[in-house]
Design a protein around this ligand. Structure first.
Ligand SMILES: [Zn+2]
Length: 486
């Protein structure tokens, strides 16, 4: 009786366990099927048609805490960066961009695997039975330790952001630059904040973006000075910068939005006209005040400027709160206005994709035209008339709404502001003022299509034919009232 009933009970338990296992297996299969149907694997590259390898998909970078040491004598940079991100989908792998060699990776404080292929750093997240462990909306903290030489890094399309001459170093440029010195989602559609600590040999200056929190000897590392910088508002990765070398550094009190802040200006000792360069940089405060009349409150809590001791491939670069200027640009107020206008237009209202470059460069160039006129220079109408009368050929045949990588930074600086001027003439002063302030008052990624919609909404007359002719056309725009000619 006992044994019989025991046998029966045993069989029942075994049958019940068998059914349970079958049920669970079925459930796992169903969950896995649902999951694999809705789960799109993360890709190396955020999906930019112009720069397919740039960035990574499936997440939103929140902040980068960069802590590196750098010797401008050898060009060797080493250290670590904490990348804090939020997943935007179930995520199995985080793809970051970094051109230096990685030695170790931690995810959430635990050692993790990684692979590096070209500039792509792939960090698998812990998975259970092949399923992504992270759902959308989860914060993931990744620590990357790395080192390497900045000399000889190979960037594509001739846009090399690294300048080094054995004594001084500058990392600044677009479309890519951050991945030369810290792991990042190196694409403008994913703005984030930056906390940057750089250790350099004693007596060397390390200038970066945002507010200078402190600098001085590092007791833990004899022979080293550390410089600590921090930004407060999210900005694209290409708006970061590192300048290391012998620099004159001056701090100047400046009023930003009624609050007294400290502007930090830096001029390389290799610049011949150092005093002139420093005096010119100090005009930044007045330039910001002039721009605020059109764009609204200055969006940052940091201000400054840097003139390195290199001949750069560009006149200025809108690095966050502290643009970098070529030494030949010193004294050219239009460059100062242009880069400071970018603090709103490009650094705060950022690009969705690189083919949207018009909303950065045409707008900053037009603010440059307006500000120069207000300072007594040529008027926007004079610039417009001159360009219309003298330009031919490739000036008109390039499609501004899709310029391609080769012409990403060409016609957008002259035909670009012409479009904005035509729009201003067509929509009228009041509508244009509101349009400018409203557009500049946003933050985060925007597309050229967003800009068109904003212009159409702001205008009392239909500007769609004007925008089509100027942005999508590939021949000289006819001088009609409808196209914004006065
Ligand atoms: Zn620009």
């Amino acid at each position: 009786m006992w044994s019989a009933s025991k046998d029966t009970a045993g069989r029942r338990v075994a049958e019940w366990l068998g059914s349970l296992v079958a049920l669970l297996t079925g459930l796992i299969l169903v969950v896995a099927l649902i999951f694999t149907r809705t789960f799109a694997p993360a890709s190396a590259g955020i999906g930019d048609p112009y720069y397919p390898e740039a960035g990574g998909s499936g997440y939103d970078a929140l902040s980068y805490v960069v802590d590196v040491t750098y010797d401008p004598g050898t060009a060797v940079l080493s250290g670590s960066t904490w990348v804090s991100l939020m997943t935007t989908q179930p995520l199995d792998v985080v793809h970051l961009d970094l051109m230096l060699a990685v030695s170790e990776v931690e995810v959430g404080g635990a050692k993790a695997g990684f692979t590096q292929r070209g500039s792509d750093l792939a960090v698998p997240l812990v998975t259970i039975a092949g399923l992504p462990a992270n759902r959308a909306g989860e914060v993931v903290n990744i620590l990357v330790a790395y080192s390497g030489s900045l000399a000889g890094l190979k960037f594509r399309d001739g846009f090399d952001p690294v300048y080094w001459n054995g004594a001084e170093t500058l990392i600044s440029g677009e479309p890519l630059s951050a991945s030369a010195w810290f792991p990042s989602n190196d694409h403008p559609s994913d703005p984030a904040t930056y906390d940057i600590t750089v250790g350099v040999p004693t007596g060397v200056e390390a200038i970066s973006v945002g507010t200078l929190l402190g600098h001085g000897a590092d007791p833990a590392h004899p022979g080293e000075d550390t410089w600590h910088w921090r930004t407060a508002t999210p900005a694209p990765t290409y708006a970061t910068m590192l300048a290391v070398g012998q620099y004159d550094v001056e701090t100047v009190p400046v009023q930003l939005d009624g609050v007294e802040r400290t502007a930090v200006y830096a001029v390389s000792e290799a610049v011949a006209a150092r005093t002139q360069a420093m005096d010119w940089l100090k005009e930044s405060g007045a330039a910001v005040t002039a721009l605020e009349r059109h764009l609204g409150r200055y969006p940052l809590n940091a201000l400054g400027g840097v003139v390195p001791g290199f001949t750069l491939e560009w006149a200025g670069m809108e690095t966050l709160g502290r643009p970098v200027y070529d030494r030949d640009a010193v004294g050219k107020d239009n460059v100062l206005f242009h880069e400071l206008a970018h603090q709103w237009l490009g650094d705060t209202v950022t690009l969705r994709q690189w083919h949207d470059i018009f909303i950065n460069e045409a707008m900053a160039s037009y603010l440059e035209w307006m500000s120069v006129a207000e300072a007594g220079g040529a008027t926007p109408q004079q610039n417009f008339d001159h360009l219309y009368a003298t330009s031919k050929g490739a000036f008109w045949s390039l499609r501004l709404s899709d310029p391609g990588t080769r012409d990403l930074f060409t016609r957008v600086y002259d035909r670009g502001p012409m479009v904005v001027h035509a729009l201003r003439v067509r929509m009228g002063e009041d509508a244009f003022s509101r349009f400018l302030a409203d557009w500049a008052g946003q933050s985060g990624p925007r597309s050229l299509d967003d800009w068109r919609v904003a212009a159409e909404k702001a205008s009392p007359v239909d500007v769609r034919p004007l925008l089509a002719a100027w942005l999508d056309g590939t021949s000289k725009v006819p001088s009609t009232t409808e196209n914004g000619f006065s």
